[in-house]
Design a protein around this ligand. Structure first.
Ligand code: PMP
Length: 400
């Protein structure tokens, strides 16, 4: 794991070396990814799939190779299960619309968790409003983990889908998705996993997990912005209608009737982000060269170290303290507003996020204005944590 692979990490902020701890929002990009973007625009930029000309064929191959790379990374059984989207939000909206059109009727129920990001709440809520269906929310236990017994109680004959985050972007808690999926399947209910915060940080095997759908964002996994993945089991995707109409997703168009393309193109209306997909494949190659298992082990230890160091500071309240976390820790200091802490950390070159982290229902449940959140990536080190801790101590001295 090498910081030098990430040019932006050499930047200084207010004259101080940057310590970037806002990786749950977006990760920085290794040089390979940055170079891939320039290379693609310089050497083979051409619109894909439609062109007989040379550049278009190279660009098409790069895009389809990238799809195969993502499939291999996620252990999907074939590349047709991989749909390129704009990001996790787009993937979940696409699924909510498409699944909703095919399978949701008045009185049906969709289960989500209390700790979801807005993008795993609002699309389902909008679907429920459209179809007069009902959103059911899994409550949290006192320790802020998902209440799995309560989850099981939510199932009834109207339950049609479960959509749950693998790792909470606020609390860092890793949800027991094996158990969540197994129970849903016992009840013949499919499960969508929001893997925005897990895919970049741990090995994922969609076939072993047996999840039916999975969403992630390339930009949180060292890839470019504006690209995401919706994975779905092929037999399930096949029976869903397209979510958007336009070029690429059609077989034939007439004013009387349009027939749709096969998977995965049926879900990819318009010119796709083929430069992004090419660059994302380079990000995945970078991750694979290190090894997802190694990244997972390294970040787990770093998270444990950060929580341990943080818990030694008087007045710091860590949310979900002691629970197994992956790369994300939320905290507050006494009654100090999280924004003030974040601002004073920033002045010392430390980038963290403050606020509701797009999870307002969770923050309201906790009855707080927000949290300070540090989130780790493979390039962070114990020295980063030590600098963060020293800066936090200084901020607290100023604020109290
Ligand atoms: N789900 C989770 C758990 C997230 O952390 C995020 C991003 N913070 C999203 C969904 C949305 O991702 P994007 O903004 O890339 O679509």
């Amino acid at each position: 794991m090498n910081k030098d692979d990430f040019p932006i990490l050499q930047e200084t902020i207010y004259g101080k070396p940057l310590v970037y701890l806002d990786n749950a929002a977006t990760t920085q990009k290794p040089a390979q990814v940055l170079e891939a973007i320039t290379y693609a625009y310089t050497h083979f930029n051409a619109n894909i799939h439609r062109g007989v000309h040379h550049l278009s064929q190279i660009a098409t191959k790069a895009h389809e190779d990238a799809r195969a790379k993502v499939a291999e990374w996620l252990h999907a059984d074939n590349p047709n299960c991989i749909i390129f989207t704009k990001g996790t939000t787009d993937s979940l909206n696409m699924l909510a619309f498409s699944f909703g059109e095919a399978h949701i009727y008045e009185g049906d129920e969709i289960i989500i968790g209390m700790q979801e990001h807005h993008s795993n709440i609002v699309p389902w809520q909008m679907l429920c409003e459209r179809k007069k269906a009902k959103l059911r929310v899994v409550p949290l236990r006192e320790d802020l983990s998902l209440d799995i017994e309560a989850y099981k109680q939510l199932f009834n004959s109207h339950t049609r889908l479960v959509s749950i985050a693998h790792v909470s972007n606020v609390l860092g808690i890793v949800n027991p998705i094996d158990e969540i999926i197994a129970f849903a399947h016992q009840n013949h209910v499919p499960v969508c996993i929001d893997a925005a915060q897990s895919a970049p940080h741990m090995p994922l095997d969609v076939q072993a997990l047996d999840c039916d759908f999975l969403a992630l964002s390339a930009h949180k996994a060292y890839g470019p912005t504006g690209l995401g993945i919706l994975y779905g089991k092929e037999e399930l995707l096949k029976e869903l209608p397209p979510a958007e109409g336009g070029g690429e997703m059609i077989e034939h168009v007439s004013f009387e009737k349009t027939t749709f393309n096969t998977l995965p193109y049926k879900f990819e209306a318009g010119t796709p982000n083929y430069i992004g997909s090419y660059a994302f494949a380079k990000a995945i190659e970078y991750l694979e060269a290190i090894g997802m298992k190694r990244i997972y082990a390294y970040e787990t230890e770093l998270t444990r170290y950060a929580e341990q160091q943080l818990s030694q500071i008087p007045g710091v309240h860590i949310y979900a303290k002691g629970l197994p976390k992956q790369g994300v820790i939320s905290f507050n200091v006494g009654n100090i507003h999280p924004y003030d802490v974040g601002m004073l950390l920033d002045k010392q070159g430390i980038a963290v996020r403050t606020g509701h982290h797009c999870a307002e229902p969770l923050i309201n449940y906790l009855k707080i204005p927000g949290t300070v959140r540090l989130s780790l990536a493979l390039y962070n080190t114990k020295e980063d944590i030590d600098r963060f801790i020293a800066a936090l101590r200084k901020a607290i001295t100023i604020l109290t």
